[in-house]
Design a binder for this molecule. Structure first.
Ligand SMILES: [Zn+2]
Length: 91
């Protein structure tokens, strides 16, 4: 077991503004959003953006963290409605 590998907790399924479904995570350590380069603070909700890994490459991360400002989430599980993106938006 590698405790040091725990950098995020899986929260559950979340709905995207686009109508798609993704997996929501809660940050344990600080992440950087791949889209806006903003900080995803520990405890903040975020999702991951799929990225194709080149054929033959194994063991590298295939998903990039993306913040709720870039990709708003609505949690589906437990009937919980967490809208972290709504008031975090800055223009
Ligand atoms: Zn972002």
């Amino acid at each position: 077991m590698k405790r040091s590998d725990v950098r995020s907790n899986r929260v559950g399924r979340a709905m995207l503004a686009t109508g798609g479904v993704t997996i929501a995570y809660r940050a344990v350590v600080e992440f950087t959003c791949v889209q806006c380069a903003g900080t995803i603070a520990p405890g903040a909700l975020f999702s991951r953006k799929s990225r194709r890994t080149p054929p033959g490459v194994f063991g590298l991360t295939a998903t990039d963290p993306i913040c709720t400002t870039c990709q708003p989430l609505r949690l589906q599980d437990n009937g919980e409605t967490e809208t972290a993106a709504t008031d975090a938006r800055e223009e």
